[in-house]
Design a protein around this ligand. Structure first.
Ligand code: GLC
Ligand code: GLC
Length: 806
């Protein structure tokens, strides 16, 4: 069953009933200020860091789910309802939520009143703008009240949900005209406050939650709204909120609009106050002036639309296959932007207090983002590299606000360093900007330790090359890409971390996956060395040694092995009782061209199809672990079919698809792509449950109770890897150091397509003709009418490329 539809013209997903199988959310904000916004107006917003600078409160794990957000209540002659359906859940005559690129619109009607709510973060501003347009569609005059409501978070979301003995005494607000200021902790060490302002003077307000809602009442029955009377309460401790009341009268056909700004403002330390206890509102006033009128709001929306048009025209396909086109042209790229911005910090499954930016996650996220805003990818690379340790290893995570490595989690995830090489190579291939390699970057943010970025890559490379186990394969450390394969933590204590509890260091457990990632990245590293005039012999020797180790000790007969445990026993082998075959090394070894010339690659991929494939995607491993294995760690802690224990962990499905492209099997590559692709799952929303416009981290595997049910939508490396897969391998437009390498691998049934690409600042239009009906193989290429071989560069303003497959 569907709960909406794609509107490709407006680039929106239109939700037509509010009770979706799970809250279906959107992200507002592009750079510094962000909001999570669900189809029923739930969610919260923050400035830069979801943990440290959270403006509004949100309770995860709440009952009912998704309670709390930016709510508007209408009291129409005693009939109390919300345009967003939640929280009053009154029946609406019409409901529509349009999630668009950086904004959401909710429109609904009840009893002759129509409400249009649009929410967005204007480009370059540190606020959400909410505009409510009320229209009287009845044939008699209507007098009613409109109430706004947000609940403030006391900034640090972690403390906010724990430290009640303090929190309940520190809340402070100030009121000034239509504006409510939340200034908790401003009197001491903060120089920022939040503002919830309206563009006209309200008829009443509330800032104390208990006064507005009542102590034993819920969001769905706020006392002030039911009584149709604001209390004009001034919060003193307890729970500060912001609510305005407007008494409105509309004649038949008449409309009125009110603009609300929910924003973050900062003052220099010596300009915090204008009088005792009176905060300096200058920055707030400046922000308010920008959104006083509808015309200003419309102009900001237009700017946002132009911004997204400018981004999405950088890669656009026309294939005749609607679902493919809308995912590639709109939603996949949009999700890549969101994962680049958020890493794994804030979603409806990530609380925003748990994790910072991941070293491996962020490096992978930028693979799908770098073509959109290369300059931001560049800055991100330098931030990430600055958290690397001098020996080439890396902090697993860092905090976005401080940009410092997170020592609670520490390091020892031995795949981490290699992803830096992958990220930097992708940046250079996109931009041709080799100068990034000369940027000086410190180690562990230590002043004085600066070295060129290239030196960081060398240390990444050498770290793997020199930390090897008994079979000459890389030591796995705490885990590799699979965070849950914890071969050196024999955890028996409930609650302790499988990753960071260091109770055992075998110096023996090895990862075939890290070896494959090494072999995949090494050619780029070696090429960069060569171009810098460096001696490449040592790197080439390391490559050859690793290749030999994988050949000799990484093959199991019908597929690639996964790892060796702390006792040197095989993992992911037919010798094992459970966990005989894992997806990761099959994808990555083939991507690294291991066994592509001797039949092993095809054999491995056929084994994947035979043993791991399902209707809803490729499972991570089989058979699922039925019991907990001390020697394997978290992977065996999950019930069979979930997460890393034989779930369909979408992130590495594209690796299989890329590997299939490597082997020229376009029909199969596309099948793997399609099975987890959200637009193709729209019809089964009841089963799938998460948003049909974005990828989820995991879909329950065959062993699970609800095979096909997804969880953890939005923040997943699936977005970036899928975009790499579909754009570079299936459609086959692949940036290389010297230009675009064009080599599609598509289903034989697809007779052609065209792609428009902005590459290194210039427009390239590529027409691919597959009237021959092949899956792979370029017969001829012409560039601007002339026969061509090798990478395509974009020298003129417009480069036209004609590719014939055959
Ligand atoms: C999560 C992590 C990612 C890891 C994956 C597999 O998505 O964010 O870093 O690779 O799980 O365990
Ligand atoms: C848990 C999750 C895994 C994630 C990890 C991050 O182990 O299962 O997916 O990568 O936490 O620390």
């Amino acid at each position: 069953m569907k709960y909406g539809y794609f509107d490709d013209n407006t680039r929106e997903y239109v939700i037509t009933r509010p009770d979706t199988p799970y809250p279906w959310i959107n992200y507002l904000g592009s750079e510094d200020f962000f909001g999570l916004f669900s189809n029923t107006a739930g969610g919260y917003c923050f400035y830069k860091d979801a943990r440290l600078l959270r403006l509004t409160r949100y309770r995860y794990n709440n009952v009912p789910t998704d309670a709390g957000g930016r709510y508007f209540y209408i009291n129409d002659d005693g009939d109390v309802w919300n345009p967003s359906w939640q929280p009053c859940r009154k029946k609406l005559e019409r409901f529509e939520c349009r999630h668009g690129l950086g904004y959401s619109k909710i429109s609904s009607s009840r009893n002759g009143l129509k409400a249009d709510h649009i929410a967005f973060v204007p480009l370059g501003e540190t606020c959400e703008v909410h505009r409510i347009v009320m229209e009287n569609t009845a044939n008699a005059t209507k007098a009613f009240s409109l109430f706004s409501f947000v609940e403030f978070c006391l900034w640090n979301a972690n403390d906010d949900s724990q430290n009640f003995q303090r929190n309940l005494s520190i809340g402070e607000v100030e009121i000034d005209g239509g504006a409510i200021y939340h200034k908790t902790e401003y009197r001491e060490r903060r120089n920022h406050y939040a503002m919830f302002a309206a563009n006209r003077k309200p008829d009443g307000f509330d800032t104390d939650r208990e006064s507005f809602i009542g102590l034993y009442d819920g969001f769905h029955e706020p006392k002030a709204v039911l009584e149709d009377r604001s209390q004009n309460s001034i919060a003193a401790g307890w729970s500060p909120i912001g609510s305005h009341r407007f008494a409105l009268t509309l004649k038949p056909g008449e409309k009125t609009s009110i603009v609300f700004i929910l924003g973050y403002c900062e003052n220099p330390n010596d300009e915090k106050y204008t009088a005792l206890h009176i905060i300096n509102k200058a920055p707030a006033k400046r922000l308010q002036e920008k959104f006083q009128t509808d015309a200003q709001v419309d102009a900001a929306l237009e700017k946002l639309a132009v911004y997204w048009e400018g981004l999405l025209c950088r890669f656009r396909v026309k294939s005749g296959e609607d679902k493919l086109d809308r995912m590639v042209n709109i939603w996949n790229q949009y999700q890549c932007m969101v994962t680049f911005n958020m890493s794994r910090s804030a979603s409806y499954f990530e609380s925003g207090i748990g994790r910072g930016m991941g070293f491996r996650d962020s490096n992978q996220d930028l693979l799908g983002f770098v073509h959109l805003v290369p300059a931001r990818a560049r800055a991100r690379i330098l931030d990430i590299a600055a958290t690397q340790f001098p020996d080439g290893s890396a902090y697993h995570q860092y905090q976005p606000l401080t940009k410092k490595g997170n020592s609670d989690v520490g390091s020892g995830f031995n795949d981490d360093p290699l992803w830096l090489i992958t990220g930097v190579s992708a940046y250079i291939k996109e931009t041709g900007d080799f100068s990034i390699l000369d940027e000086t970057v410190p180690f562990d943010n230590e002043e004085g330790s600066e070295a060129p970025l290239f030196e960081h890559l060398r240390r990444s490379f050498n770290y793997t090359a020199t930390h090897k186990g008994p079979h000459g394969l890389p030591l796995i450390g705490r885990a590799d890409w699979n965070d849950c394969l914890n071969l050196n933590c024999f955890s028996e204590t409930p609650g302790e971390s499988f990753q960071t509890t260091a109770n055992f260091e075998s110096g023996v457990a090895e990862s075939v996956l890290i070896a494959a990632i090494f072999l995949y990245t090494a050619p780029d590293f070696i090429e960069l060395c060569r171009r810098r005039g460096e001696d490449t012999s040592e790197a080439e020797q390391s490559f050859a040694d690793m290749k030999r180790a994988v050949d000799e000790h990484g093959w199991d007969g019908d597929w690639f092995l996964r790892a060796y445990d702390a006792y040197g026993k095989k993992i992911g082998s037919s010798e094992c009782e459970e966990g005989q075959i894992f997806i990761e090394p099959q994808g990555f070894c083939v991507m690294a061209k291991v066994g592509t010339d001797d039949g092993r690659a095809l054999k491995a991929l056929d084994s994947v199809r035979e043993r791991l494939d399902t209707e809803y995607g490729v499972m991570l491993q089989q058979p699922a672990y039925q019991t907990y294995y001390l020697t394997l760690g978290e992977v065996s802690s999950y019930p069979p079919g979930y997460k890393e224990n034989a779930g369909i962990f979408c992130h590495n499905n594209p690796w299989i698809s890329i590997a299939e492209c490597e082997m020229g099997r376009g029909t199969r590559a596309f099948e793997v792509y399609r099975k987890i692709c959200p637009a193709y799952l729209e019809e089964i929303s009841d089963l799938h449950r998460t948003e049909p416009y974005v990828y989820s981290q995991m879909v329950a595997g065959r062993d699970a109770a609800r095979h096909g049910e997804a969880k953890n939508s939005w923040l997943t490396g699936t977005a970036a890897w899928t975009f790499v897969n579909v754009s570079q391998h299936i459609l086959g437009i692949k940036p290389g150091f010297d230009g675009l390498v064009i080599d599609p691998c598509i289903p034989a049934a697809l007779k052609g397509f065209s792609v428009e690409r902005i590459y290194r600042g210039k427009r390239v239009v590529i027409h691919v003709d597959n009237s021959a009906g092949v899956e792979k193989g370029v017969k001829s290429i012409t560039v601007n009418g002339k026969p061509h071989s090798g990478p395509v560069t974009s020298e003129g303003e417009l480069t036209t490329v004609n590719v014939v497959l055959g």
